[in-house]
Ligand binder design. Structure first.
Ligand code: NAD
Length: 462
């Protein structure tokens, strides 16, 4: 089977390499010349655990190749996947489909045999049908079918997610296309992964509904954490208590500074727009978006409060800037809101992230970058954990404390324990844990008006 993967980003590159590993022949096409040149030199344009080896192995076997030229790859392919970006459209929050349609227009002129065009990109309900109409207009003679095949992999564990999925969802209404898709995923169905065939609209909507649900789960536990602080409960214990219930499940019940990343924020907003347009608003999801936006601002207030209320000339050491560990992806990371707010209040920010610096440097001006947590902590008044990279768990807090000027540790991911921090001479603040009870009376308001003003001006200028 010959596959053409359009887009060599987080989804396209991982999918292309995994399909090649299944034994299929894959041509991965991207219009970004630098990206393709680097891939052909054996360099990964993104950080994803295990990807380097997987790509190298499949390039060496001749099953995986990279190109900037669409024509040959499309002509040979029985399956053409669209894995291009669908970012949030500026101004109205809808999904920007310009990359998708640009790719479709390019594919159109090269279709030569029966081919399935499948969207791996997250696209609003109705997009498969729109792609089909667009192709029919341009190539009434061509033999093709358009399917939806949304991708559910997570950055940081993308290869494992792709090769061991909870399910593969295929929106397909064409018998020949169904057969090809079944064959494509046969290495997974042999391992008992459920391959689900549904309508194209259901597949498209399911992807957005899944992300909105997960964003809601994260937001829910974040709000419960605030309540825990107010009433003296421990959010870890509450999360364990509810997560053990099979109807709820333990995943996505980790507290933090609010969800971010390349998917949840844009997909939640796009779903809200779709629902409003369909005159069937999702008020619950609208609230999730609002609460999450406010949470990031509240976290900046929390850090300010921990610094004694005034950040002027304070040095804040930040550990982790990516939206989650094991990725270099900075898209919509909470750090992009929190750090500028701290700077606007007069703080100097010293940061360390194992992979985030390359993408973070241009997005976070005036941040001083360091190669280790210890270097970042030097001379700091406050240490803030923003992303729960595994290697932070093993840090020697005593060593960090002695490098610091101050003694405050604000742990926005609950990586450490109060006992450990205290033993290192640090004054410890985490999220939603009982220790906060004693701070209750002196707690800052959920969001200070001053912080909100700065945040709004930041968002407008971003
Ligand atoms: P990305 O920005 O990392 O990669 C997109 C790639 O497509 C870029 O390299 C870009 O150069 C290329 N591209 C754009 N237009 C092109 C064209 N006309 N021809 C060839 N190449 C083109 O994006 P991503 O994170 O891989 O996301 C892709 C899609 O998958 C999005 O719709 C996203 O919502 C969805 N998705 C992402 C994830 C994730 O974790 N990143 C998970 C599931 C679904």
């Amino acid at each position: 089977m010959n596959i053409c993967m359009v887009g060599a980003g987080y989804v396209g590159l991982v999918s292309a390499a995994c399909f090649a590993e299944f034994g299929w022949k894959v041509s991965c096409v991207d219009k970004d010349v630098t990206r393709i040149t680097r891939l052909n030199r054996g360099e990964m344009p993104i950080f994803e655990p295990g990807l380097n080896e997987l790509v190298a192995r499949n390039m060496a076997s001749g099953r995986l190749q990279f190109s900037t030229i669409m024509s040959e790859a499309v002509r040979k392919a029985e399956l053409i996947f669209l894995a291009v970006g669908t970012p949030m459209r500026r101004g109205d929050g809808y999904a920007d489909l310009s990359f998708v349609f640009e790719a479709v227009d390019e594919i159109a002129s090269h279709l030569s045999q029966f081919a399935v065009i499948a969207t791996k990109s997250t696209v609003p309900v109705g997009t498969s049908r729109a792609i089909e109409e667009r192709l029919r207009e341009q190539r009434p003679d061509a033999d093709f079918a358009v399917c939806s095949n949304p991708e559910f992999l997570r950055e940081g564990s993308a290869i494992l997610d792709f090769t061991h999925p909870d399910r593969v969802l295929i929106g397909c209404e064409d018998a020949r296309a169904s057969e090809l898709m079944q064959q494509l995923y046969s290495p997974l169905s042999l391992r008992n992964a459920p391959i689900m065939f549904v309508s194209r609209e259901s597949a498209e909507l399911a992807k957005y509904a899944a992300n909105a649900f997960l964003a809601m789960k994260v937001t829910f536990i974040n709000e419960v954490a605030d309540l825990c602080e107010a009433v003296g409960a421990d959010v870890q214990e509450v999360a364990n208590g509810i997560g053990a219930d099979g109807r709820i499940g333990p995943k996505f019940l980790n507290v933090g500074p609010g969800y971010g990343g390349s998917c949840f924020p844009k997909d939640v907003t796009a779903l809200i727009r779709t629902a409003r347009e369909a005159k069937s608003p999702l008020s619950l999801v609208e609230q999730v978006e609002l609460v999450n936006t406010e949470r990031k601002i509240a976290m900046a207030s929390r850090i300010q409060h921990a610094a004694g209320g005034n950040l002027r000339n304070k040095v804040v050491a930040v550990l982790g800037v990516t939206f989650k560990p094991n990725t270099d992806d900075m898209r919509e990371a909470p750090s992009l809101v929190i750090l500028p707010l701290l700077q606007a209040k007069g703080a100097r920010v010293q940061a360390h992230d194992p992979q985030g610096r390359v993408n973070g440097e241009s997005l976070l001006p005036r941040v001083e970058w360091h190669d280790s947590a210890l270097e970042a902590a030097k001379g700091a008044d406050i240490l803030v954990v923003l992303t729960e990279w595994n290697e932070f768990r093993a840090l020697d807090l005593k060593e960090l404390r002695s490098a610091m000027r101050g003694n405050v540790l604000v742990d926005l991911r609950n990586v450490f324990s109060e006992e450990l921090a205290q033993a290192a001479g640090l004054s410890y603040q985490s999220i939603g844990r009982q220790a906060h009870r004693k701070l209750k009376d002196s707690h800052p308001p959920k969001q200070s008006p001053a912080m909100r003003d700065v945040a709004v001006s930041h968002e407008v200028s971003a």
